[in-house]
Design a protein around this ligand. Sequence first.
Ligand code: HEC
Length: 114
Amino acid sequence: MNKHNLITMGAFGLALIASVSVQAAGDAAAGKTKVAMCQGCHSITGYKTAFPSVYHVPKIGGQNPDYIVKALQAYKSGQRSHPSMRAIAAGLSDQDMADLAAYYAADTVKTSAR
Ligand code: HEC
């Protein structure tokens, strides 16, 4: 990695920290823009990955937001050890987790159909 990339990443990190301190609560609208990286596995409404559809993942739509945030933090810290979720959670800021939790927690209408 060259020096320029490091500087860019540093600036990005600072921007993330700033956004977390300004806005602590989860924002479902913001979460909606971040779920793309989750949907391959937790398809919005379902219990299964989009592909292959036999791979079982827990349902998170309609789940309590605090539970979702705690679970993501546990993957990030290594308390929970599932390798795919650890890799995903490692890249999430506290704000990302709050937004994603708010989004999935509000996703009850669609989940009730299953
Ligand atoms: C590569 C597939 C994959 C991706 C991508 C993925 N997940 Fe997961 N997720 C899983 C699997 C598999 C589990 C169950 C892991 C376990 O047994 O601990 C899980 C578990 C979870 C749990 C815990 C659920 C529970 O009931 O305890 C949460 C919350 C979660 N994922 C949220 C997310 C969010 C938010 C994203 C996007 C940022 C995401 N996941 C992306 C596969 C994935």
